[in-house]
Design a binder for this molecule. Structure first.
Ligand SMILES: C[S@@+](CC[C@H](N)C(=O)[O-])C[C@H]1O[C@@H](n2cnc3c(N)ncnc32)[C@H](O)[C@@H]1O
Length: 264
């Protein structure tokens, strides 16, 4: 078997299973199993695939056909300039969440930033990686998410303190970042199988209007504190209504995604 054979076998199977990007998924799974960059699949398509690697590829394709996300199969996900280890204990970081990091990039040196609901640690760790002069901390209510975030911090050699607690730990912060759950309960069943079968429901769903976690955070946060909250585009008005001096930023797809403001 060659690399090209492996791709030719995987792509139709993934497409038939309903995967949205079968070519890309197959390339990622095959290249990783071979221990090469994706580009090498095209510069050297006749590279032989040893039997043991072919078996790994077969197993990975079977998992993807069952709609397990590529990031869980590979055990990692790129986010801004870092790679996070991810598994079903944590949400897979989404590209739109990079906006939360951007909000904090223009803070002055020494500013104190806290991320509530850190999951894999993606936002807090990406920020520390790009702005080591900030003091960044993080927390999550899920003990297993805290384990994953701490392990990512250790592996990346970034000094992130991660606390296991619900809501905002009390301290003085210049900015609080949060990508808390914001999916409505009635939306859950209609989401892609990659999400409903594999990602933690508690990391995503927040009550009938999806605003339970965001409202609770704003209610308990000290008045005047600056917060940046990720939300669904349809929740913009509701989130703006919770804050003063609110300003909403759009993600790369042009959708309203993060609202920054002060707790009244
Ligand atoms: C949508 S995930 C986001 C994870 C990560 N920040 C990211 O963007 O990839 C929400 C996270 O918030 C955590 N969470 C939910 N409610 C919380 C609360 N009240 N306080 C702290 N963390 C909470 C969940 O355990 C989950 O890890």
């Amino acid at each position: 078997m060659t690399a090209r054979d492996a791709l030719d076998g995987a792509v139709p199977a993934l497409a038939a299973a309903g995967c949205e990007t079968p070519e890309l998924d197959a390339e990622l799974l095959v290249a990783d199993a071979l221990g090469v960059e994706r580009a090498a699949l095209f510069t050297d398509p006749d590279a032989p695939v040893p039997g043991a690697v072919a078996r790994v590829i077969g197993e990975r394709v079977r998992r993807r056909v069952a709609r397990e996300p590529v990031a869980y199969i590979l055990g990692r996900k790129g986010f801004r300039h870092i790679d996070l280890a991810v598994d079903p204990r944590v949400l897979i970081p989404r590209p739109e969440t990079e906006l939360l990091v951007e909000v904090a990039l223009d803070l002055p040196a020494g500013a104190q930033v806290h991320e509530v609901g850190t999951g894999s640690g993606a936002v807090a760790l990406a920020l520390l990686h790009e702005r080591p002069d900030l003091t960044v901390s993080a927390s999550d209510s899920s003990p297993s998410a805290v384990e994953v975030a701490r392990a990512n911090a250790d592996r990346l050699g970034l000094p992130l303190a991660v606390e296991e607690t619900a809501g905002l730990p009390s301290a003085r912060y210049d900015l609080v970042l949060a990508n808390l759950p914001y999916v409505r309960e009635d939306e859950w069943a209609g989401l892609q199988p990659e999400i409903t079968r594999y990602e933690p429901r508690d990391a995503l769903v927040a009550g009938p209007d999806g605003l339970d976690a965001i409202c609770a955070l704003v209610e308990e946060a000290p008045p005047g504190i600056r917060v940046a909250l990720e939300h669904a585009p349809g929740q913009t008005n509701a989130v703006r209504g919770l804050l003063s001096a609110a300003e909403t930023r759009r993600d790369l797809a042009g959708r309203e995604r993060v609202t920054v403001g002060r707790v009244p």
